[in-house]
Design a protein around this ligand. Structure first.
Ligand code: EPU
Length: 434
């Protein structure tokens, strides 16, 4: 079935209950999969989420000669012994944002890279000037012309340098780290991003023999090494998927035990949900989230780089604010245009006014089912939450965005009692997806 033509159909209004597992983290997986190029060896990556962004990343690697062997749904052996720096097909590279890691990884391995400009969700301008600034500091000539970036080490190899990031950038931090791992000398990245996927990528590289310290803090120090070797490595759980399920429990008035997560990564989400009056219990690697009696309380939320409230939880949180009593404010401080989903929520009866980078959300007693679009990945998942919390039937179009980042979402939700299915068009009728 062509996922581009499917629709999600939800019959909402039922509290969800039971246990729901979290898969491996998308944004760590895509960085680590491209990082394997640096090893010139075989790596086995475990807990890899079975999602289209990861599968496209693996196809990009295959297109430049990497041997990819899926051992099971969530484990892959990647052999990058015989890669040649090549032009990955533009139609693949432009499907996802994280293909920009190919630039750092190819530079780190070959001292040159020629890569199509990345795609990904549309949140307004998504520049990569900080990545380029870092590569230039390491001794590269970088040309970004048309749809391609061409980077070449001026004297054949990269040299350690000090790189100050003008803003906190996840991709910029990881990409410079990849280019610097095998550079001569020491690289220092200042004002580095702190996200857990940066720590996971550094841990993976260190397990391969790299010398990276400070990942997870403002300053990351990378001492160049000559060679990396292969390893078996397990990806950390996806904090955004976990946070999405936490909001789902609160929005549907349900009781979910969310397993296979790292509670610390969810501190900001837990804090804001507790402020709203949601009950959260931590036990080992699980969180149980349930809605207390009575209405949800209004709150103000501002998205920030980690450990602040994640921008990738903005749309999901907005759905919950729609169901709280009173006027809440949700301020977006990472992406210039993250509120494109608001028009879709309004179709479901939401009362939201956008004032610059702030969504003023007036709580409503209930949302009602409607036909809506998944305008991007996280927004799409927010529509799923809204549909499950709403009264009546919700139909979601353009659902390929959702499957870029959530593994087996439909099956996981059905497992906790959701009435949700995907249908595909057959002539003019829709048939159920098995
Ligand atoms: N920025 C620049 N110049 C740069 C790089 C970034 O101006 O060279 C700006 C961006 O325009 C943005 C801010 O800095 O305003 C932060 O961008 P960042 O580089 O951190 O974003 P990213 O690396 O492209 C990753 C995630 C996004 C997530 C952001 C912020 C991956 C593959 N993507 O993007 O995840 O929103 O960090 O946390 O890791 C998602 O998973 O749904 C998703 C969009």
């Amino acid at each position: 079935m062509d996922i581009n033509t499917g629709k999600i159909i939800i019959s909402g209004g039922k509290p969800l209950e039971g246990e729901i597992p979290v898969s491996g983290m998308k944004n760590a997986a895509v960085a680590i999969v491209f990082s394997t190029i640096l090893t010139e060896d075989k790596c086995i990556i475990e807990n890899l989420p079975d999602i289209s962004d990861v599968n496209v990343s693996l196809q990009i690697l295959e297109s430049i000669g990497v041997k990819v062997n899926k051992l099971d749904k969530n484990t892959v052996e990647i052999d990058s012994s015989f890669v040649a720096p090549g032009i990955a097909p533009f139609d693949l590279v432009s499907k996802m944002r994280a293909s920009y890691y190919l630039i750092g990884a190819e530079l780190g391995r070959f001292g040159r890279a020629f890569v199509g400009l990345p795609g990904g969700c549309d949140f307004g301008a998504r520049p990569i000037d900080q990545h380029i600034k870092g590569f230039e500091a390491l001794g590269c000539d970088v040309k970004a012309e048309g749809d391609y970036v061409e980077a070449t080490a001026k004297d054949g190899s990269l040299h350690g340098a000090s790189v100050y990031m003008d803003m906190v950038t996840v991709g910029g931090t990881i990409n410079v780290m990849l280019a610097a791992v095998k550079a001569e000398g020491v690289t220092v990245i200042e004002n580095a991003a702190h996200e857990p996927h940066i720590v996971d990528t550094a841990n993976f590289l260190n397990a391969c023999g790299a010398d990276i310290s400070g990942a997870g803090t403002d300053v990351i120090k990378i001492r160049g090494v000559k060679k990396l070797h292969g390893v078996t490595y397990t990806i950390i759980p996806d904090m955004i998927e976990a946070g999405t399920f936490m909001i789902l429990a609160a929005a549907t008035g349900g009781n979910l035990r969310i397993t296979n997560l790292i509670p610390k990564h969810l501190d900001s989400v837990t804090a804001k949900l507790c402020e709203m009056g949601v009950e959260i219990e931590e036990e080992g690697d699980s969180l149980t989230v349930r809605r207390k009696e009575g209405p949800l309380k209004k709150i103000n939320v501002k998205t920030l780089p980690y450990p602040g409230f994640p921008t990738d939880m903005n749309p999901q949180m907005c759905v919950l604010l729609c169901l709280a009593e009173g006027l809440s404010r949700l301020t977006e401080s990472v992406w210039e245009s993250r509120f494109r989903y608001v028009e879709e929520l309004k179709r479901m009866g939401a009362k939201i006014n956008i004032n610059g980078r702030c969504a003023e959300v007036e709580g409503v007693p209930y949302l009602k089912g409607a036909s809506v679009r998944a305008v991007d990945l996280r927004a799409g998942c927010a529509m799923v939450i809204a549909g499950l919390a709403a009264e009546g039937i919700t139909e979601i179009d353009e659902i390929y965005h959702i499957f870029r980042g959530y593994e087996n979402l439909i099956g996981k939700l059905q497992g906790v009692g959701a009435d949700i299915k995907v249908v595909y068009p057959k002539s003019l009728q829709y048939i159920d997806y098995e």
